[in-house]
Design a protein around this ligand. Structure first.
Ligand SMILES: O=P(O)(O)OC[C@H]1O[C@H](OP(=O)(O)OP(=O)(O)O)[C@H](O)[C@@H]1O
Ligand code: HPA
Length: 185
């Protein structure tokens, strides 16, 4: 899909700001409080789900006050588009998680296909316990695994296409320091 910088700039100009940087900081403080409480003794592997979790992971792990290891994986359903499809593993999880506690960090829990596949993979790889931390949980009835527990959730968001703080619009604006909704989407 080709996209012009004119479109990218226009999307930002017309977007609705949903969450300010201050609101995101409060949300991440609350997430960290829960994680510090639950995982302080767990010696977890923290898996950052690229690319979207890049920004959140950096902000979140500096709030965690216990020993942990950080790794990454890249699984994408959207491929810089605004509609998801099948899951494409671009970087498979490489850390040995046998009998380890795992914390998966992702920017957004939308339909949940991505997180469901990652959780399944971690358990198949021998993880003892898998917890999920997401900055945003999109509010709708299309979750692919409605019973899946999200252990640490920063914020809810309305059912619109959002970007910023790691989330992209056609590959852009992951660097925005707030969270925005695209006009008309
Ligand atoms: O709950 P779901 O409907 O599965 O969507 C959530 C996933 O989609 C986004 O990743 P994306 O596929 O856009 O890859 P990217 O992070 O590399 O942009 C996001 O970072 C989540 O990982
Ligand atoms: O609303 C969204 N924005 C950006 N990336 C996403 N991946 C799933 N849903 C979204």
């Amino acid at each position: 899909m080709s996209v012009t910088l004119t479109e990218i700039n226009q999307v930002m100009q017309e977007a609705d700001l949903l969450y300010t940087p201050d609101q995101l900081n409060v949300a991440m403080d609350q997430m960290a409080e829960g994680i510090n409480r639950d995982l302080a003794e767990a010696n977890p592997v923290v898996y950052s789900v690229m690319n979207g979790a890049l920004v959140l992971t950096g902000h979140l792990v500096t709030r965690l006050k216990f020993p942990l290891e950080i790794s990454y994986l890249h699984a994408t359903r959207y491929r810089n588009k605004t509609v998801g499809s099948d899951l494409d593993w671009r970087a498979f999880p490489a850390q040995d998680v046998t009998d380890r506690s795992v914390l998966i960090v992702d920017d957004i829990y939308d339909e949940g296909g991505t997180l469901a596949a990652i959780v399944d993979h971690c358990y198949e790889a021998g993880a003892r316990d898998v917890k999920i931390a997401v900055l945003v949980n999109k509010d709708h009835e299309r979750k692919v695994r409605p019973e899946m527990e999200v252990h640490y959730e920063g914020l809810k968001c309305i059912d619109r296409y959002i970007f910023g703080f790691g989330m992209d619009y056609k590959g852009y604006w992951r660097n925005a320091d707030g969270i925005y909704a695209v006009k008309g989407m």
